[in-house]
Design a protein around this ligand. Structure first.
Ligand SMILES: [Zn+2]
Length: 412
């Protein structure tokens, strides 16, 4: 079973009705200190604002509020699952209508997970209410933060400046391993992107498959297809959820760092809407794993020795799906390693900055390295010990099963 780190639930934002953040929403999440906005002369009195997690069945918001100008006519709660760090780009905002009790005026709104909207426990919820009274006055409450907590079992919680870790059913040292791994890789993230992620990602770790599957409403068993999902990474809720597969050290220093790099890609390339090859995305994430990566280079060596190293910088390059999915991961990794050995980590930052500006992929490589893609391909191949000339035909492949997790939204 070729078990690739199953990346990301991306595209979720489209499924879930992403809306562009408006100017008014820019201050949204994280908005500690934001004052309630009053858009009328009415006096609004806010009583209790509460959030109750009913994990795994969703959550309920409750509000007590009054306007001195009239009855509450409509109430809607809206929330995001991560801070809004991209003012000019879309971010997923979810909403629920509040039901107003005609007797007491108490307002209740609920959210129930379904299909693609499912989220793991311990995702953050930044929410606020939008209200209108019968005289047409409008009011928006302050942002309030809550967590989709799971109180049905024991969880360990760990924090550093870089990351929040939640773990259940795992050895006690898992959380510390993740904090150590993130700390060890911190400078490479900074150097590769010019800055850290502008929010603290959530790493949510499960020790067994039943607990792992519990939050995945509508989960379909794909094991008969030779593939199972052991992780999801989401820009919508700003984190990664993983079930232990391998050792705790591999999880922390391999998978988590790989998935965190996907969050960097999604954050800083969020505005990119032109083609980026899948191997580049996966090779980059693999480049951020902090393990002995000899197995990846061995994999590439086998292809080199067999004269089967595929073309990289033409068309979409090596696949990241189907039976040969690891081609894209490991061949891509070897390219990042080579770039790093030639130019240092600065070239990573330069390429990503160009990609963020929607520069076509080949142009970005050429501008950052000063070499043509043909030269790059020949030099990299020679470095690997392959023939300098790439095959002229792009290898074709046929997926034997549907791709169940998509690496990245851009391009692919
Ligand atoms: Zn990946």
């Amino acid at each position: 079973m070729a078990l690739v780190c199953l990346a990301a639930i991306l595209g979720l934002s489209l499924l879930n009705g992403a809306v562009p953040a408006t100017r008014a929403e820019q201050a949204a999440p994280g908005g500690a200190g934001e004052s309630p906005r009053q858009e009328s002369s009415a006096n609004w009195t806010v009583g209790a604002i509460t959030f109750e997690s009913e994990y795994p069945d969703g959550f309920t918001f409750r509000l007590e509020v009054e306007s001195d100008a009239g009855e509450i006519a409509s109430a809607r709660v809206e929330w995001t699952h991560r801070p809004n760090t991209r003012p000019d780009l879309p971010i997923t905002v979810r909403r629920a209508e509040g039901e107003i009790d005609p007797e007491t005026g108490a307002i209740v709104a609920t959210w129930r997970p379904s299909g693609a909207t499912s989220i793991p426990p311990w995702v953050g919820v930044d929410y606020r209410w939008r209200l209108r009274d019968s005289a047409g006055n409008e009011f928006v409450t302050e942002i309030t933060f809550a967590e989709y907590e799971d109180t049905s079992r024991d969880w360990e919680r760990y924090e550093s400046d870089e990351v929040l870790v939640f773990a259940t059913g795992l050895p006690d040292n898992v959380g510390d391993l993740v904090l150590e791994a993130m700390d060890a890789q911190r400078q490479k993230y900074v150097d590769g992107w010019g800055q850290l992620l502008p929010y603290r990602p959530r790493v949510i770790l499960f020790g067994d498959f039943d607990t792992w599957l519990e939050w995945q409403t509508g989960h379909q068993d794909t094991s008969g297809l030779g593939v199972i999902a052991v992780g999801f990474t989401s820009d919508v809720w700003g984190g990664t959820a993983q079930v232990l597969f391998g050792s705790p050290t591999e999880l922390a220093y391999g998978t988590v760092l790989h998935e965190i790099e996907h969050l960097y890609q999604q954050e800083f390339l969020a505005g990119r809407n032109v083609f980026t090859p899948g191997w580049f995305i996966e090779g980059d994430a693999t480049f951020y794993q902090l393990e002995d990566m000899g197995y990846a280079l061995d994999y590439v060596d086998v292809l080199v020795d067999a004269g089967q190293l595929p073309v990289l910088l033409q068309g979409s390059g090596p696949t990241t799906g189907g039976e040969s999915a690891l081609h894209g991961y490991y061949i891509g990794y070897s390219f990042f390693l080579w770039l790093d050995q030639q130019w240092g980590i600065d070239v990573h930052r330069e390429i990503m900055a160009l990609l963020a500006d929607n520069v076509p992929f080949s142009d970005a490589l050429e501008q950052a390295t000063g070499m043509t893609v043909e030269q790059l391909e020949r030099e990299w191949r020679t470095w690997l010990g392959a023939t300098a000339d790439a095959p002229t035909l792009v290898p074709t492949w046929t997926p034997v099963f549907p791709t169940i997790a998509t690496p990245m939204p851009q391009g692919g």
